[in-house]
Design a protein around this ligand. Structure first.
Ligand code: PHE
Length: 340
């Protein structure tokens, strides 16, 4: 038995010095000291030892047990340190490396211009109203003095869902909806998406955005229209910009005018952008046709009003000197990043 104990001790010491990780160490500990371990088996043999030898044997067993335990413990500490070291090395973070930078987003140029427009018009006391993009022919055309088969419909040929439902060609139907449901005074702007059967090119898209305004009250004159649009032009493009009214025709306004603004690119001197004229056409406007007021249930003897409408893409293109409207829809980051 003495031999067996010495044997185990030297074998375990040898094995311990070769062991590389705490997993193997634990296996070795179980193999020796565990319930079914070799050392434990020797202990069980103590019963067979003659009584007079037992104290001496017991002492030796204890010594060997202590040696085994402390050798195993030592190895555990040594391996633990090594493993910790390795783990730290592996998990090390190099705080001097540059971080992964996040791309900062920005507002789309259309949103910037729309925000500015809403600021300008709400600043003048207009309320913002929205309406459906899929609209009744009744609101999109008929209440605006564009009866079925009226030739002026051609200028706004659209996508028909059926005979009575269309994709709205302008945001004027929102104004018609308001006129039929509210009493004057009315002072609203209607921004939104509109649809026309146009081919895509540098200045046209079958889907685009408008903002239209409507004011109805007693004693509203064309002077109010002009003052409102002048203020709008100054706020959007700067105080040097003025308006020019050219007679035009819209079935829902009488009289009607196209409104040009001084070309902001050349300050009116004439350039490529304004085709040498010094002016850029930006919107349609006029005094609300009394016939429209009556159709919408508003007393045209008592009330007058003005209306105007413009394409937001066009305003954005002019403000940022964008050469092609399609840039606004392509979501090309190289384009969008320029509006930070
Ligand atoms: N609704 C017209 C268009 O879309 C614009 C407009 C609005 C003209 C109001 C006059 C008055 O073309």
């Amino acid at each position: 038995m003495r031999e067996q104990l010495e044997n185990i001790l030297s074998r375990v010491q040898a094995e311990l010095s070769a062991i590389q990780d705490t997993g193997a160490l634990e296996q070795l500990r179980v193999k020796v000291m565990g319930k079914k371990g070799e050392f434990t088996a020797i202990l069980r043999g103590m019963g067979q030892i003659p009584a007079d030898q037992r104290p001496a044997m017991g002492q030796m067993v204890n010594e060997v047990r202590n040696k085994l335990e402390s050798a195993i413990e030592e190895a555990r500490i040594r391996l633990g340190l090594i493993e910790k070291e390795a783990r730290l090395k592996q998990e090390a973070i190099d705080v001097t490396l540059p971080g992964t930078s996040r791309c900062r987003g920005s507002l789309h140029p259309m949103s910037i211009v729309l925000d500015d427009l809403l600021d300008i018009f709400t600043g003048m006391g207009f309320e913002v109203v929205e309406g459906p993009e899929v609209e009744y022919d009744h609101y999109n055309f008929e209440l605006l003095n564009l009866p079925k088969h009226h030739p002026a419909r051609d200028a706004q040929d659209t996508f028909y869902i059926d005979d009575n439902i269309v994709l709205r060609t302008h945001t004027s139907p929102v104004q018609a909806r308001i006129m039929t449901t509210r009493k004057p005074p009315i002072r609203i702007v209607c921004p939104g998406r509109v649809y026309r059967a146009d081919e895509v090119d540098a200045t046209h898209s079958p889907v685009f955005h408008q903002i239209e305004g409507l004011v109805i009250d007693e004693d509203i004159s064309i002077g109010d229209l002009k003052g409102t649009l002048d203020t709008f032009a100054h706020r959007l493009y700067g105080p040097g910009v003025t308006t020019r009214f050219r007679p035009s025709f819209f079935p829902f306004t009488e009289p009607s005018a196209e409104v040009d603004l001084t070309c902001a690119n050349c300050d009116g001197a004439g350039c490529k952008m304004c085709k040498g004229t010094g002016w850029i056409e930006v919107l349609g406007s006029g005094m609300v046709n009394p016939k429209v007021l009556e159709m919408c249930g508003i007393d045209s003897k008592k009330y007058t009003g003005f209306a105007f409408g413009m394409g937001i893409e066009r305003l954005a293109i002019l403000r940022y000197n964008i050469p092609d409207m399609r840039y606004l829809y392509e979501n090309d980051l190289r384009f969008l990043k320029q509006f930070r």
